[in-house]
Design a protein around this ligand. Structure first.
Ligand SMILES: Cc1cc2nc3c(=O)[nH]c(=O)nc-3n(C[C@H](O)[C@H](O)[C@H](O)COP(=O)(O)OP(=O)(O)OC[C@H]3O[C@@H](n4cnc5c(N)ncnc54)[C@H](O)[C@@H]3O)c2cc1C
Length: 492
């Protein structure tokens, strides 16, 4: 089954009423009758803080802003949403600024609603609940949870917005034990497209709660989110194993991954990156394996990889709250650097195909050798047990890919803009190859890992789209929440 990819061109957006209104944005925001609360800040281009305020992880096809409002109260979020809508100003609410799809570039000269003042983390040990503000990062929650003897499934980089990740799914190392991050979600407090504050949960607007768990960037600004958390597994001690293999080990390495696809223990996760080492001038595989349990069981689980004799390996037991900052040789520090050029092409697979990945690796190796400016590009694989995710009925949430076994990502980057075209061209070709062996009838991708050009079905699943479109029409009929992965009003 084939659906068409979409060309994203910021320039095809005409100087619409929305863009014209943006020109007037400064006057509107500075109008004294707004009566912003003392904690609310407004920035414009030229202000010292503006560039830093708007800097995103990905500057490729990034949105641009004519102003930033950082609301300091819930009422000011309501006020800025209403003001934007009544004046036809296009806006984007931001949490961690790590969203990277090319669709963000469609927003030019808009308004950023920077939610970073919503940074509280409250853990209720007795009820095993955590409530966080709309801009809290993965890295902000681990210490308060650990201190309370609790854990939650998170993603791997400390700087990513927890709410931003939850809205699309939320995948990561504890997924085998606890499922997607959105499976932990209990309720959201949001400002809707009408400017109302609404609580969304299984008992309050359950249809909207269903839709927001998978397509959540379409319906509101999230003020806070409440999650169910878990007691610490293994007393909070987790085994972290970091390894490096030469690129020449790719066949054996990927064969092991394929052989584990139906039996990866729920406690084990693998995140591997196939990359070019600019010092050795050779390709290599950097693998991070995490086992949530005692070291002897962990060593047994990763034995096939150890038997491959990595050139470097470091194994240690860590407290859970240090895992994300230390795993993969501390890669999060580098991963979190903002302002880079990244063109990301994700593919979900329910069939792990070692031979395809070897072929992709080899083609990428040729690409690295002929394109020095794009040698920072990589091919990564995230592999978790899907048993906890599959234990949740498919119709319980809008998230469409509960049978996914691994998440593949071609992460293209360049130091010179002249390499962008060839990097994107090779990634498109390799993505098609990965899709063919994915085991899905059409390209399926975790919406937060999408490039931005995929058909709607690839991001939301054909079976979910009729209900999602109906929810979009009911809750956001004017499509004001349009710049994440946007839903249609009607499907088919
Ligand atoms: C380095 C890196 C590592 C990553 N690792 C993981 C991972 O391990 N697991 C995983 O699942 N994902 C991961 N992601 C993907 C990540 O989940 C998405 O990019 C996510 O959308 C980022 O959210 P954010 O708040 O940081 O970004 P933003 O750009 O601020 O927001 C992204 C989208 O979410 C919306 N949004 C964010 N906060 C709010 C809010 N309070 N109210 C309304 N809308 C909001 C925005 O409007 C936008 O549409 C990673 C991304 C990067 C760049």
């Amino acid at each position: 089954m084939m659906f068409s990819y979409i060309t994203i061109l910021a320039s095809v957006i005409p100087l619409s009423a929305a863009a014209a209104a943006s020109a007037n944005i400064k006057g509107l925001l500075q109008d004294r009758s707004n009566k912003w609360s003392a904690n609310t800040t407004v920035y414009f281009p030229g202000d010292a803080e503006f560039s830093n305020e708007t800097l995103r992880w990905n500057e490729y096809s990034a949105p641009t802003f004519a102003a930033v409002v950082r609301p300091g109260s819930e009422q000011d979020v309501q006020k800025v949403v209403k003001l934007s809508i009544s004046n036809n100003i296009s806006f984007l609410a931001t949490g961690g600024r790590h969203g990277y799809g090319t669709q963000f570039g469609k927003l030019q000269n808009g308004l950023e609603i920077d939610m970073s003042a919503f940074d509280m983390v409250q853990v209720d040990k007795n009820s095993s609940m955590m409530t966080v503000g709309g801009a809290v990062h993965f890295g902000d929650i681990v210490d308060p949870l650990y201190a309370a003897g609790k854990e939650i499934q998170t993603g791997s980089a400390t700087c990513v917005g927890l709410v931003g990740a939850t809205l699309g799914g939320g995948i990561g190392r504890y997924q085998g034990l606890h499922g997607l991050i959105l499976d932990a979600l209990v309720s959201l407090r949001i400002v809707t497209a009408k400017g109302d504050i609404v609580t969304v949960s299984n008992s309050s607007h359950p249809d909207l709660f269903w839709a927001m768990r998978g397509a959540g960037t379409n319906f509101g600004v999230i003020l806070s989110a409440t999650y169910r958390v878990h007691d610490l597994t293994n007393g909070g001690q987790v085994m972290n194993a970091d390894m490096i293999f030469p690129g020449t080990a790719n066949v054996s390495f990927l064969d092991i991954v394929q052989s584990m696809q139906d039996k990866i223990p729920k406690e084990l996760s693998l995140i591997a990156s196939m990359a070019y080492n600019s010092t050795s001038k050779m390709s290599e595989i950097i693998a991070n394996l995490v086992y949530v349990g005692p070291e002897d069981a962990g060593r047994e689980a990763i034995k096939p990889f150890l038997d491959l004799k990595p050139t470097v390996h470091e194994i240690s037991m860590l407290p859970w709250n240090q895992l994300n900052s230390k795993a993969a040789f501390g890669a999060t520090a580098l991963e979190c650097e903002k302002g880079g050029q990244h063109s990301m092409f994700g593919v979900n697979v329910r069939n792990v195909s070692a031979s395809t990945y070897v072929d992709v690796f080899e083609k990428l190796d040729d690409f690295w050798n002929s394109n020095p400016a794009a040698q920072g590009s990589s091919f990564s694989l995230e592999f978790f047990s899907n048993s906890a995710m599959e234990a949740v009925p498919d119709d319980a949430t809008a998230y469409p890919w509960r049978d996914t076994k691994a998440y593949l990502m071609l992460q293209m980057t360049w130091s010179n803009a002249s390499a962008a075209e060839s990097a994107n061209a090779v990634a498109e070709e390799l993505r098609s190859e990965l899709v063919k062996s994915s085991g899905y009838p059409y390209h399926s991708v975790y919406v937060s890992y999408a490039h931005g050009d995929e058909p709607l079905e690839s991001k939301f699943g054909a079976s979910k789209l009729p209900r999602l479109a109906a929810m979009k029409k009911e809750w956001d009929p004017d499509n004001v929440f349009a710049y994440g992965a946007a839903l249609p009003m009607k499907y088919p």
